[in-house]
Ligand binder design. Structure first.
Ligand code: AMP
Length: 439
């Protein structure tokens, strides 16, 4: 099947051709025809499936085919509104709108928090057809009366499950009240919880249902390896892997913002060009880090889970979990950054003894065991294993426990003696296995 056969107009076909896309992905094949007809859509698709073009292309075509008669003095009303959970995703969707719409004369803008509001106000005042926005900043503009949403013809909710996860449901409901009743609605979500179904029921009008990827398919697509290592040597191991395997583009996850900063500094000291992105970085710094990483001038991007949500990096080959996430589902999101749009990807996790429980929780979510290896020259040392254990679990009774555990550790390298069956809380959705660490 070709893009032409999907019914797209010449200007869009030209832009697609220039982007190097020759074949529509499955989500595009299924979403574009009904969206072009004006149907509502409920689509189950993860990032990496090509979903952005799946809604952007029909949206552009519909708006460009039916032009509005607004007088010269009148401001162009917003005709399509795309809401995303994160700033990064908003920026990426806006980039796609620009890329695919470059031969059309539609105006688009992106607004999100963390950057000055005034430049956004002047852009909105000039009038735009397509607005990509995160919920909070959109409502700020609504409150300041910078924007009128009463003429929206097409609404897209992108990554709706993330929006609910991040607590945006009330914002979404407030935004929906500002839209005209008659409009086209496209809802994209990676997962279908009861909350999403309720949202979809209230929003969509006899939608076309599309599901292209089962949940957790990244787990099947991406080659995953666990390296058993000592906590203390993780940084040295990461530098060794990057250099010895000559990785040029690696996304590394840490659990905390401080951890991300510290690791970035250490890798720089090892001579590896590196940048960190997390919630304490300004939007400008995050955008620059991502741009440098995409351009290849930064080799390693160290990120926390929240900061990495929605990151779209074409053909990202390697993801490293420097630390395992507390929430097992975050592991799936992390490794889903690689192996996208049909390219092979590799995810490596550096796991120390203290993380065994987290690993078991992840394996339970994946319903499979992950292959474990040790690196020659970096095998975990029994002494380190003991130290970590008593530090964490028995800080006051060093000597006695240390001796007892040492014997045990050398016999049972892979599992803590006190790591019982997995904490039940890990089974329920998005419950941390350990105490929550601020991300
Ligand atoms: P998305 O799921 O929208 O985040 O897209 C994932 C990646 O696939 C992006 O980097 C897109 O640029 C890329 N992509 C989108 N459509 C196609 C296509 N038809 N062929 C190849 N790559 C595509």
């Amino acid at each position: 099947m070709t893009f032409q056969e999907l019914g797209l107009k010449t200007e869009l076909l030209r832009a697609l051709n220039e982007s190097g896309y020759t074949q529509p992905t499955p989500i595009q094949q299924q979403a574009i025809p009904p969206a072009l007809k004006g149907d509502d859509i409920l689509a189950g698709a993860q990032t990496g499936t090509g979903k952005t073009a799946g809604f952007t292309l029909p949206l552009l075509q519909r708006l460009s085919t039916k032009t509005l008669n607004c007088g010269r003095q009148q401001r162009r009303p917003v005709r399509a509104l795309v809401i995303t959970p994160t700033r990064e995703l908003a920026a990426q969707v806006a980039e796609s709108v620009n890329t695919y719409g470059k031969h059309l004369s539609l105006r688009s803008a992106v607004i999100f928090g963390g950057v000055g509001i005034n430049p956004q106000i002047s852009i909105l005042r000039r009038g735009i057809d397509i607005l990509v926005a995160t919920p909070g900043r959109l409502l700020d503009h609504v409150e300041q009366k910078n924007i009128d949403l009463s003429q929206v013809e097409i609404l897209v909710l992108d990554e709706a499950d993330r929006m609910l996860d991040m607590g945006f449901i009330h914002d979404i409901k407030r935004i929906l009240k500002l839209l005209p009743i008659k409009r086209q609605n496209l809802l994209f979500s990676a997962t279908f919880s009861n909350e999403i179904k309720t949202l979809a029921d209230g929003l969509l009008n006899t939608p076309t249902l599309i599901e292209v990827a089962r949940r957790n398919t990244a787990a099947e697509r991406v080659a995953q390896t666990i390296y058993r290592v000592d906590q203390k040597r993780k940084r040295a191991i990461l530098s060794f892997l990057i250099n010895s395997k000559n990785w040029r583009q690696v996304l590394v996850f840490t659990r905390t913002k401080h951890g991300a900063n510290r690791l970035a500094v250490q890798l720089e000291k090892d001579g590896i060009k590196c940048a960190a992105i997390h919630g304490n970085k300004s939007q400008g710094a995050r955008t620059k880090a991502l741009a440098d990483f995409k351009a290849g001038s930064v080799r390693v991007l160290v990120a926390t889970d929240i900061a990495a949500r929605g990151l779209d990096i074409d053909q990202l080959p390697h993801v490293v979990n420097f630390e395992l996430p507390n929430v097992p589902e975050d592991y799936v999101h992390r490794i889903g950054r690689t192996g996208r749009a049909g390219f092979a990807g590799e995810a490596i996790s550096l796991v120390c003894d203290d993380e065994t429980k987290l690993l078991l929780a992840i394996e339970r979510v994946l319903c499979k065991r992950l292959p474990q290896k040790t690196l020659d020259g970096f095998e975990p040392l029994p002494e380190n294993r003991n130290e970590t254990r008593h530090n964490v679990h028995h800080p006051r009774s060093n000597k006695k426990l240390s001796r007892g555990h040492r014997t045990n550790a050398s016999n049972q390298p892979a599992r803590k003696p006190n790591a019982g069956p997995m904490d039940k809380s890990a089974k329920s959705n998005r419950q941390p296995v350990n105490a929550k660490i601020s991300r």
